[in-house]
Design a protein around this ligand. Structure first.
Ligand code: PRP
Ligand code: MG
Length: 212
């Protein structure tokens, strides 16, 4: 019998809640702290523990059939990927922030400014919409430090509690988009595995309804 391959964040903010929601829909899998792959005991499913940023490509190529992933990552790297269900956890926003004393008040003030970000496609999309040209510095993490070390005039990154912005003396000036964890599927999923996804979606809907 065919098994559904599902990607889950290996470590990081989505991991625990992703495993929790699988458990809540009655799928028990071993935790992925030490292994990269685990099978469910009571459901035709294999979990692959992967890095967030790699997941859109795996979905596109059909290496995995489905994933639990942040919507923001799909918007950045996988706008061809199908979202099956919003999962209601890991809520955050992707925002522009600048140093507290900065005169930059909105996107329009970013013309020719330097923006550090791990989300270049997302930033470019919104800058283009506003008709603004800025210089992007692409960095993979600790983005909020960039203005303090003179690398950028502002940043675009994920904001959840806001504490990273606060600790780095930054203020949020524009929310580009809101995001939460979603169940997404590969465009190459087989009909057989799609029926497994349909079962998962059915169970998710009742769990999510129960949480309301
Ligand atoms: C993420 C994100 C922000 C922060 C937002 O970083 O890149 O920096 O969390 O959360 P907050 O608003 O609750 O402070 P993470 O700690 O995952 O590290 P990284 O940027 O180095 O990947
Ligand atoms: Mg960060």
């Amino acid at each position: 019998m065919s098994k559904l391959k599902i990607a889950v964040q290996k470590s990081g903010r989505l991991h625990d809640d992703s495993m929790k929601i699988l458990k809540e829909i009655g799928i028990s899998v071993d935790n992925g702290k030490d292994q990269l792959k685990a099978s469910a005991r009571n459901f035709p499913l294999e979990v692959f523990y992967l890095r967030n940023g790699d997941i859109p490509q795996y979905l596109r190529d059909g290496v995995v059939d489905a994933a639990i992933i942040g919507e923001n990552v799909l918007i950045e790297k996988g706008d061809d990927i199908n979202i099956v269900e919003k999962l209601g956890f890991s809520k955050c926003r992707v925002s522009i922030a600048v140093p507290k004393a900065s005169k930059v008040k909105s996107l329009k003030d970013l013309e020719q400014k330097r923006i550090a970000t791990s989300y270049p496609n997302t930033v470019n999309y919104f800058l283009d919409l506003a008709g603004i040209k800025a210089n992007l510095h692409i960095i993979n993490g600790s983005v909020e430090i960039a203005p303090n070390i003179g690398l950028a005039d502002g940043i675009c990154d994920i904001v959840s509690s806001g504490s990273t912005l606060f600790k780095n003396g930054l203020k949020e000036i524009e929310v580009l988009l809101k995001s939460e964890a979603v169940l997404a599927t590969s465009p190459r999923i087989s009909a057989e595995n799609q029926t497994i996804i349909n079962k998962i979606q059915f169970r998710l809907k009742s769990v999510l309804k129960g949480r309301e």
